[in-house]
Design a protein around this ligand. Structure first.
Ligand code: GTP
Ligand code: MG
Length: 197
């Protein structure tokens, strides 16, 4: 099993992107996928949205973004890989999780880090505002990930170049893609997401 971990602040577009990635896996690559939804709240909205598309989805509820949730996640990954053994496992993390840290924890217990890829989704339009309010979180989400996807390019304002330059600076050598996930993602995005090693 190869694991794709999607993180990024609340509302950045994780579910929208995951839907396209999962469809690419099942319809284009003809491979199997299970999605784990790591939700904070009690109603699984994303869960229903994803399930409506005919995909296999496991909800994973938890209280907050701590080790407890990662413990549940690790158990779910173990259970799913043993019972279903899909080719791909997609995890939508809560908007408050740090993808790279979660990957390190999973790597300690279940799956080799080389079989995991962490994607951090950034809402380009909200970056300046969120940087003022929750800088350590959104910067941490970027710093520890394998790929940064800046989303909502379709509604970007005149400060977009500045924003992307700032995000790129935080990302350092981590690859960065700019997308509008509300439209069909270009092939280059899928290539990058599915590229391992
Ligand atoms: N304009 C625009 N809106 C987008 C884009 N991608 C997602 N959205 C919208 O942004 C909102 C949040 O998208 P989601 O995919 O649910 O984001 P999320 O990160 O899964 O959200 P949570 O799971 O609640 O943290 C939805 O209303 C989407 O339709 C985009 O590229 N452009
Ligand atoms: Mg979501």
């Amino acid at each position: 099993v190869k694991i794709l971990l999607f993180g990024g602040f609340l509302g950045s577009g994780k579910t929208t992107i995951i839907l396209q990635i999962a469809k690419q896996i099942t319809e284009v690559r003809a491979e199997t996928v299970v999605i784990i939804e790591n939700e904070i709240g009690e109603t699984g909205v994303d869960d229903q949205l994803l399930r409506g598309s005919g995909l296999q989805v496991r909800p994973l509820f938890g209280g907050c973004v701590c080790c407890q949730i990662t413990g549940d996640l690790i158990l779910s990954i173990q259970e799913i890989s043993e019972a279903l053994n899909p080719e791909w496992l997609i995890v939508e993390m809560t908007g408050l999780a740090i993808p790279g840290k979660t990957a390190e924890l999973i790597a300690e217990y279940v799956v080799d880090r080389s079989l995991m890829k962490t994607m951090t989704i950034v809402d380009g339009g909200r970056w300046p505002e969120l940087k003022c309010i929750v800088e350590p979180l959104i910067v941490g989400q970027i710093e520890k990930s394998d790929l940064v996807i800046v989303n909502k390019a379709d509604i970007a304002g005149s400060d977009q170049d500045e924003t992307i330059a700032d995000i790129q600076q935080q990302a350092g050598s981590i690859p960065l893609l700019v997308v509008a996930a509300i439209h069909e993602l270009p092939p280059a995005v899928f290539e990058e997401v599915f590229r391992f090693g």
